[in-house]
Design a binder for this molecule. Structure first.
Ligand SMILES: Cc1cc2nc3c(=O)[nH]c(=O)nc-3n(C[C@H](O)[C@H](O)[C@H](O)COP(=O)(O)O)c2cc1C
Length: 328
């Protein structure tokens, strides 16, 4: 108990702070109004900063163009790692990538993005000349992956990949509970622990959970479970905490993904990049509390003995790790 409250009768502490008198009722109203305005202003600044910094309104900056090219590459690479890619897919995507890379080379030269893009185009040419999708993705063996996921931390992290090929079997008993218990060990701001994990296992509920998601097509129907990671916003109180759900939820999600991998399961994060209308319709259709923040969905499934994953090269460390310089 805080020093100031020592010796105060418990009943007074429980009731006294929250008693509403006309005076503190006015205070509360004024505080609400002030906070609402602060939130509105902060949200406008968020919108301004996203509009200025992202590629939402301006496609011209080289970094934005590079991100478009990376996304196009991923569409091809992901397609080849699906269990049953549509025959002959990708022609228009490969043409788009080729154009994006030429433009990118003009502004940024033959950098890492350009080189990765050329490698993807080379794989596309092989595909157009008859190579099978499996030859163009990274081959995986479940036993080796599961072994590595049980070794040291570096092996766990390096052997995790987004899996888009599942057996279609139900998840073994207990694995979700163990993984969720580990995910709940993730740090959260002031230990407020707002993350929640909702799981759909029946075919009907899985289909319902997926109906509004764009990015699961061609593989998630064979997942044993579809999870929805949310954060309960009632644990936050300040304007400065308005993004905290995404941070705490993201940390929870990462631990969960690693824990599922450690359990020997495969999983693939599924984006929840949707409009507020879709978000509302989704929550209504699966019975989620209307104000919980949906961080992402997750397709979780049993690994086949042999499968492939998409080439997903990472940026060189020199682009990721930067030194802060002190200027006089
Ligand atoms: C928040 C988030 C959302 C994602 N959404 C999707 C998705 O909707 N569909 C999909 O197939 N992959 C999705 N992914 C998986 C990424 O494509 C994948 O993590 C990335 O290409 C790196 O590959 P790796 O996970 O195999 O290392 C998502 C990943 C994250 C982190």
């Amino acid at each position: 108990m805080p020093a100031a409250l020592v010796g105060t009768p418990v009943a007074a502490v429980q009731q006294g702070d929250f008693r509403v008198t006309p005076v503190n009722g006015l205070h509360q109203q004024a505080r609400r109004l002030r906070r609402s305005l602060q939130l509105l202003l902060a949200s406008l600044q968020d919108a301004w900063s996203f509009a200025r910094g992202s590629g939402l309104l301006n496609d011209a900056p080289p970094a934005v163009r590079a991100a478009h090219a990376l996304k196009t590459m991923h569409r091809l690479e992901k397609g080849w790692a699906l269990p049953d890619p549509r025959a002959g897919f990708g022609q228009a995507t490969a043409q788009l990538l080729s154009r994006q890379l030429s433009e990118h080379e003009q502004s940024s030269g033959a950098d890492w993005v350009w080189l990765q893009g050329q490698a993807t185009l080379q794989r596309y040419r092989a595909y157009a000349n008859g190579a099978s999708p499996a030859q163009l993705s990274e081959p995986m063996q479940a036993r080796a992956v599961q072994h590595n996921a049980r070794q040291d931390f570096a092996s766990l992290v390096r052997s995790r990949r987004s899996v888009r090929q599942f057996t279609g079997d139900p998840l073994p008993a207990g694995c979700l509970e163990r993984a969720a218990e580990l995910a709940a060990q993730s740090p959260s701001v002031c230990n407020r622990s707002g993350a929640r994990l909702w799981v759909a296992t029946t075919p009907e509920m899985r289909a319902r959970a997926l109906q509004w998601q764009d990015g699961h097509q061609g593989f998630a129907d064979r997942a044993g479970a579809i999870a929805v990671i949310t954060v309960d916003p009632s644990v936050f109180h300040a304007v400065g905490e308005r993004h905290q759900a995404w941070i705490d939820g993201g940390l929870f999600a990462m631990t969960l993904v690693h824990a599922l991998h450690h359990e020997g399961l495969g999983c693939c994060c599924l984006n929840w990049s949707v409009t507020p209308q879709v978000d509302r319709a989704f929550k209504r259709s699966i019975g989620l509390p209307p104000f919980e923040s949906v961080v992402m969905l997750l397709a979780i499934g049993v690994l086949p003995a042999h499968y492939t994953v998409a080439h997903s090269p990472r940026r060189p460390l020199s682009e990721v790790l930067r030194t802060l310089e002190c200027y006089p």
